[in-house]
Design a protein around this ligand. Sequence first.
Ligand code: NDP
Length: 462
Amino acid sequence: MIIEPILDFTRMDKQTKTYVDAFMADLIRKNPGENEFHQAVREVVESVAPVVMAYPYMREQKVLERMVEPERVIMFRVPWMDDQGEVQINRGFRVQMNSAIGPYKGGIRFHASVNLSIMKFLAFEQTFKNALTTLPMGGAKGGSDFSPRGKSDAEVMRFCQSFMTELQRHIGADTDVPAGDIGVGGREIGYMFGQYKRLRDEFTGTLTGKGQHWGGSLMRPEATGYGACYFAEAMLRTRGESFEGKRVCISGAGNVAQFAAQKAMRLGAKVLTLSDSDGFIYDPEGLNEEKMNYVFELKNVRRGRIKEYAQKYPQAQYFPGERPWRIPCDIAMPCATQNEIEKADAKTLVNNGCFCVTEGANMPSTPEAIAIFQGAKILYSPGKASNAGGVATSGLEMTQNSMRLKWTAEEVDQRLRTIMADIHAACLKYGTEEDGYINYVKGANIAGFMKVANAMVEQGLV
Ligand code: NDP
C-alpha cells in the first residue's frame, strides 16, 4: 500500500502536539543523556507528526516508534599500539539504523567527541537523507573516539586495521557499506579497505570513497561540497538569485568545506572564510584557484592548520577560538560539525544580511538557530537535503563497482546534479507553506519519511 500525503500538514493541532510531546518523553526516557539523538529525532517527529496523525495505520503499525529504534548497534573495543610502543584503547561503533529501502549505508567518523548519541543521531539522519537521494540505501553510521589529528601514518594504519578487524564481520557489499566522514578520508578508507580485503579475501565495493585506481568513483571527493552548492543554486533560483557576486562564509576546512568553497568560487561567489576547530580565517579578497590549491595541499598533504593560510596570504586575518559567522555575508555554508551555529550566531547572520543558509555538515544549526532563520523567512536547508550529494555519489560508486566499470567525471557530475535537483523538488513538494515560504526542513523530513515508512509497512513487522 503506497500512500501519498495530500492533506495540509502545515499546521500542528493540539492533538498532534500532544502526540509529539508524549513520543519525545518516551524517547528521552528510553535513551537518557543522548542529547544529539533527541535533537535529531525531535526535528523529524515535529515535521512528520501531522502525517502520522492523518493515517491511523502509521500509528497502529508504530512506524515512527520502530524508526527510532536502531535495527542493530555494534559497540566494540579497538586496541592498538602507538609509535612509542604504548597500548591504546578506543571504542568503535556501528549503528545499523534502518534497512527498509536498501543495504545499510553511512560514513565512519573518527573524532575524540564520538559517542553513542552522536552515532545514533547521524545514523537516524542518514536514513532520511539516503531515502531522499532516490537510490536504494538504508541508513547507518559508525566511528570511534579515536582522533587522527597529530598521529603518524603508521599509527593511523594500525588503528584502522584494528577497527576493521572487528567491523568486517558486520559489513559487506549487500549488507552494510561504510564511507568517510569527519577524520576519515582517502587515507583511512585505504587502510580499512586493505584490512577488509585481507580478512575476507574479496575485492568488492564494501567501502566507498576508495582510491581512484582501486574502485573509487570519480567526483566522490568533490560530491558533498559540490552537491551542497548545486542545492544552494536551486534554492537561490526560487528567489531569482544565483551565486554570482555573492559573499559566502564557509566553516570547516575539510573535505566538504574545500569543495563547497571551490564550487561556490567557480560559480562566481566571493568565498571569505574557512575554519577549523582552532579558529577561522577571513580573506576579504576572497579565495581564487591558486589559494584553493594552497588549501588542498595544506589540509590534504601536509595536514596543517588553517591559521597557516593567514601566514601565507597576509591580507587574510586569523581569529583564534572563533567561528566565522560574524563576517557579513549573503550565503552561509556550515561545513564543519553539529551545533556550530547557535542562536546568537543565527541572529548575527540574519542581521548582517545573510539570506541563504545551506548546510554542508550534519545538523550544524541548533533548533534555536533554525527558528531564527525560518522566522526571518530566509532560505534555509538542513544537511540531510543539501549534503546528500556525498552519499548519493557513494551510491553511484556502489553501482559502478557492481557493474565493474567506471563512469567519467562528467557522467557522475551530471547524475549528481540530477539527484540534487530531485531532492530540491521533493522539498518543494512537501515543504511549500501557505504563504509560499519553502520549509526545507519539513519538506525533506516528510519526503524521506514517506519512502521509508511505506517500505517498512510493506515488509511487515520486522
Ligand atoms: P573532515 O574531517 O574532512 O573536516 C572536518 C572539518 O571540520 C575540519 O576542518 C575540522 O577541524 C572541523 N571540525 C571538526 N569538528 C569540529 C568541531 N567540533 N568544532 C569546530 N570545527 C570542527 O570532515 P568532512 O568535511 O568530511 O565532514 C564535515 C561535516 O560534513 C560533518 O558534519 C560530516 O558529518 C558532514 N558530511 C560529510 C560528508 C562527506 O562526504 N565527507 C557527507 C555528508 C555530510 P579540525 O581539523 O580542527 O578538526
